[in-house]
Write a protein that binds this ligand. Structure first.
Ligand SMILES: [Zn+2]
Ligand SMILES: [Zn+2]
Length: 625
């Protein structure tokens, strides 16, 4: 049986188990999701706490091991209501009304029957269900539902549901699920309705799969960038400034600056040029670019003080870059033209969704646009692909990645530009993918109306997939901004624009990196590379000299000259994730050496200061892990 069906069946078993322990609780609904299943309950005045989870889980295991059968029957609406009334399940009764009412019916013609399913097993019934059994017997349910007395005798649970379910709990593994947590949830997702108690649980095919998932969760939780950012002082979210607007603290800025420098280095050697564009523009820019319509709702408006003009904070850099190109009279000899600008753009994300760096309103893209001839797309894509490969190899993410090549759908009428150019562009992207040995998949209908694209999906250290780099061909913006260059025949030719981003956004990328490296950054990215710890004030002078010596080689070094005990100093240094802790005693001072503790590997060594310096300069330059 497939996993969603198992999860779904387990949600009913959870409901049965809860009913055994809390006979007066009312059941609502309980679907399965990607990794979970849940069920919503109304416990009335009774409090359901985390420790009740254990009890319910135990009852569920018992139910599963009993080998209960899942059976179903259908009745008309009236009978359905009678059954639910008798069971005091008023949430379910409301669902019957919903199903019968027009808003459900209008969408799709639903059947005029209501499906129930029930569990039976020969094991002794609980008291609660004896009443249920008598009711069913008295009302002659057997007539509608093919129930016979034998089955009624063994009835364990009834729920309203169309399934599908497993045939028997024998198909389930008693150790394949785990109750996770309790949360509040509104009946029918409406905040005006009653708040119910939702019990979440994980389920997999077997214990091994479940354990694998639990381990992954544990690892992901440990790495969660929202846990340590305050302690490590990487960035700050200020209520006064507003949600979704993280401020970079000096330590966070180090990481960000190193990333930006590295990205620029990779681009500058292959012909990109730095540009800068302002953060605002008039509405007319977005009318020309075509973003004005629905996009304006997500844009921040700025009202001029003296000019009384209205501006918009830019939600992307492309229209600005089009203006840079437009102000030149390029010839075919100048093509391709490549602009690079890590720039902050602003989008009004709903504040409910903003937390840490997961969703922000100020997004810094490592943006760039290149303008080229249709015949140059392939070579340019290769150049960008090389950058992407180098960048992600440095990050240790290229072991298992894939690339999505988004192309047109069969219906070719809704796309811009000519078929001929589309075919050329799609072929250029595909050829470049082949020549660069990219593990790509062609995905039809994924392409935007303005051109085909490549999206790169990388996995982090615990196997989570992230869509990061992108290369997108665009026939639309050059058309809208009427861009052209002079070709060999002295005619005006329209260029193609390629939007490209390597990390996507620096904020999101920092979040990915923090969790990927689990807070211990490779030395070249580490905000705190070295801390010098003199054991006693009398070694302060040498400690200061060591610090200055390292700083002279641009190694980020601090020293702890407090009068705390050595152990406390080391603990503090480790707490702030300093990559190298240098302890200074008399011996070090006399030998011009340092006692080195490597935070990550926990190794300790004694080295000449000069040797240590050369070693870590090499580690930084090689960007080793
Ligand atoms: Zn069901
Ligand atoms: Zn763009």
């Amino acid at each position: 049986m497939i996993l969603p069906t198992k999860r779904h069946s387990l949600s009913h078993i959870m409901a049965q188990a809860v009913k055994q322990n809390f006979p007066n609780c009312k059941i609502a609904t309980g679907p399965d999701t990607d990794n979970w299943f849940y069920y919503d309950f109304d416990f009335g005045e009774v409090e359901f706490s985390d420790k009740d989870l254990k009890k319910v889980e135990k009852s569920m295991k018992k139910i599963v091991s009993q080998g209960q059968d899942f059976k179903s029957f259908e009745v008309d609406f009236e009978t359905a209501r009678k059954i639910l009334d008798k069971m005091w399940e008023w949430f379910k009764n409301e669902l019957v009304d919903k199903i019968e009412s027009w808003d459900f019916k209008n969408k799709e013609k639903l059947s005029d029957k209501i499906s129930f399913y029930y569990n039976i097993s020969k094991w002794k019934s609980s008291e609660y269900y004896e009443g249920m059994q008598n009711f069913i017997a008295e009302n002659n349910f057997a007539e509608f539902s093919e129930l016979d007395w034998d089955q009624i005798k063994n009835l364990k649970f009834i729920d309203m549901c169309t399934g599908p379910h497993v045939e028997s709990t024998k198909e389930l593994d008693t150790n394949s699920f785990k109750l996770a947590r309790v949360a509040g949830a509104y009946w029918l997702w409406n905040a005006e309705n009653k708040q119910l108690t939702r019990i979440y649980a994980y389920a997999y095919d077997n214990k091994e799969e479940l354990d694998k998932y639990l381990k992954f969760l544990e690892e992901a939780k440990k790495r969660d960038h929202r846990i340590l950012w305050a302690k490590l002082k990487l960035f700050t979210i200020s209520d006064l400034i507003g949600p979704g607007l993280p401020l970079m603290q000096p330590a966070g800025m180090v990481i960000r600056q190193e990333l930006e420098n590295y990205l620029w280095k990779l681009h500058s050697k292959v012909g990109y040029e730095r540009v800068w564009t302002p953060h605002l523009a008039k509405e007319s820019l977005y009318e020309t670019s075509g973003h004005a319509g629905h996009y304006l709702d997500d844009m921040f408006k700025v009202f001029g003080g003296t000019s009384k003009e209205t501006f918009f904070l830019k939600p992307m850099n492309c229209p600005h870059h089009m203006q840079l190109f437009a102000d030149n009279q390029f010839s075919y000899r100048d093509m391709p033209v490549r602009y690079f600008e890590p720039a902050t753009v602003y989008r009004d994300e709903k504040s409910g969704q903003l937390s840490g760096l997961t969703r922000v309103r100020a997004i810094t893209q490592d943006d760039g646009h290149l303008f080229c001839r249709i015949g140059q797309i392939k070579d340019e894509v290769k150049v960008i692909t090389d950058i992407i490969k180098e960048f992600y190899t440095t990050m240790w993410m290229t072991k298992d990645y894939w690339v999505s090549l988004s192309v047109r759908w069969e219906d070719k009428t809704k796309y811009l530009w000519t078929d001929e150019n589309w075919e050329k562009a799609e072929k250029a992207l595909e050829d470049a993918s082949k020549e660069n040995n990219l593990p790509y998949k062609r995905i039809e209908w994924e392409a935007a109306f303005y051109g085909p694209k490549l999206d790169f999906m990388f996995k982090d250290a615990i196997g989570r997939e992230w869509q990061l780099a992108t290369i997108q061909c665009d026939f639309n913006l050059p058309e809208r901004f009427d861009l052209s260059f002079t070709n060999e025949n002295n005619e005006q030719e329209r260029p193609v624009v390629i939007h490209r981003a390597i990390s996507g956004s620096l904020e999101r990328w920092m979040w990915v990196l923090i969790e990927h490296f689990a807070w211990v950054f490779p030395l070249w990215l580490a905000p705190r590379q070295v801390i010098v710890v003199p054991v006693m004030p009398k070694f302060d002078k040498y400690a200061e000299k060591v610090m200055q010596d390292l700083k002279d080689d641009w190694i980020r070094t601090k020293w702890d000259f407090s009068t705390d005990w050595l152990n406390k100093k080391i603990r503090m240094a480790e707490k702030m994730h300093n990559n190298y802790i240098l302890v200074i005693w008399e011996e070090e001072e006399n030998n011009n050496s340092v006692a080195v503790r490597n935070y990550k590997t926990k190794e300790q060594s004694s080295e000449k200061l000069e040797d240590f310096k050369n070693r870590i300069v090499k580690e930084i330059n090689e960007k080793s892990l």
